[in-house]
Design a protein around this ligand. Structure first.
Ligand code: GAF
Length: 370
């Protein structure tokens, strides 16, 4: 490969504002893109070899024959891009070999979708170079298939769609049933507000079983209630639906999903009415629901939320799949340094590794750089 390749593409990680674990229940989500990206320098090859290298990840270069790609790869980060090539070809797209070099600023294992970023940047580059003509939403679907089938993680569609479709200065209101979307202006700075991301540095993993168990529990709930997906349980009939469920664990999962979909609607309504501060308590309610009903929080995430609220934050919650990763904190800009300091001190007092704290800025989705 030449040092510059035929082209350079970038795809971002994402932050989910509200709508957690709703995406595999046909529900609503509201992520936005982070400025952190995975950049891919790519050239086609005519010998059917996929050669993957990375500045940041261990274990390369890896050379694979595209004809031999099949689910159940060797494991490790190269499964994600290899899975995308497999998914493209499995869907009938004429993709040959490629040299791809990755360089990423998306923190891994932090609940910020580093896997979606590498998948989407791969799909976008190959779509351009091999002139596949795929729309963004379709690329996102194929990337999800790569992750579900090739990597073996039963994740939903949110992260790939966010990385592929978000736009600068907006959050993406996405209906995961039909992938209809609306770009919602999200300019916190104009309101004197800031959204802090606190990466607890507790690593999470989706293929470790707990995520899949929650998904199976939700599907059991939908089946018991006779609906296609939990999105079909109206908020107004939640109590009646819960009364029909015998298993207390399934009942809690159902309660989270139905109330979380309602929280997404409430956040949208507040944002569209210009009542930006009013979303704070809704975020905090979302955390309680993820902690108590869906049971995907952990001690460190709870510590961020409790400490930030005590220090005057307007709202806080874990974000992403959970079991570690990051929390978000909505705060007045003027109070942000104190909130951040309080969280850092609380981690020090609990003898925990210092978290990484930064301000989230809604940024551009995947794009060609050169
Ligand atoms: C992870 C998954 F990849 C998403 O699909 C979503 O389910 C999320 O956890 C929880 O909302 O990021």
């Amino acid at each position: 490969m030449s040092s510059t390749g035929e082209g350079v593409w970038a795809a971002p990680g994402r932050l989910n504002l509200i709508g957690e674990h709703t995406d595999y229940n046909d529900g609503f989500v509201m992520p936005f893109a982070l400025p952190h990206t995975t950049v891919a320098t790519v050239s086609r090859r005519d010998d059917g070899v996929l050669r993957l290298t990375s500045t940041d990840m261990d274990g390369g270069p890896v050379e694979l024959r595209v004809d031999d790609l099949a689910p159940g790869g060797p494991g490790g980060w190269t499964d994600y891009p290899a899975g995308v090539v497999w998914a493209l070809r499995d869907a009938g797209h004429r993709v040959g070999g490629a040299d791809i070099h990755y360089e990423s600023t998306v923190p891994t294992g932090a609940g910020l979708s580093s896997s979606a970023a590498i998948e989407v940047v791969t799909a976008l580059a190959l779509n351009d170079l091999y002139e596949l003509g795929l729309e963004r939403w379709r690329m996102a679907r194929l990337c999800q298939r790569a992750e579900n089938v090739y990597v073996g993680a039963p994740t939903g569609i949110m992260d790939q769609t966010a990385s592929a479709c978000c736009t600068e200065g907006h959050a993406l209101y996405l209906d995961t049933r039909d992938l209809s979307q609306r770009q919602v202006p999200f300019d916190l700075a104009a309101h004197g507000l800031e959204l802090l991301v606190v990466d607890t540095r507790v690593k999470h993993a989706h293929s470790d079983g707990e995520y899949g168990k929650r998904r199976a529990g939700c599907e059991a709930g939908a089946a018991a209630l006779g609906v296609t997906a939990l999105r079909d349980v109206p908020y107004d009939s939640l109590e009646e639906a819960l009364g029909r469920l015998e298993d207390p664990e399934v009942r809690s999962l159902v309660r989270h999903i139905v109330t979380e979909n309602h929280r997404v609607e409430r956040v949208i309504a507040h944002l569209e009415a210009g009542e930006v501060r009013a979303i704070g308590p809704v975020l905090t309610e979302g955390h309680a629901s993820l902690r108590d009903d869906f049971r995907v929080s952990c001690r460190e995430l709870d510590l961020v939320v409790d400490t930030a609220l005590s220090a005057g934050a307007l709202g806080a919650r874990m974000t992403g799949g959970g079991f570690g990763g990051s929390a978000i904190v909505l705060t007045e800009t003027s109070a942000s340094p104190l909130v951040a300091k309080s969280v850092e001190e609380a981690f020090a007092a609990a003898s925990l590794e210092q978290p990484r704290v930064f301000t989230a800025v809604p940024s551009a989705g995947a794009r060609r750089l050169s």
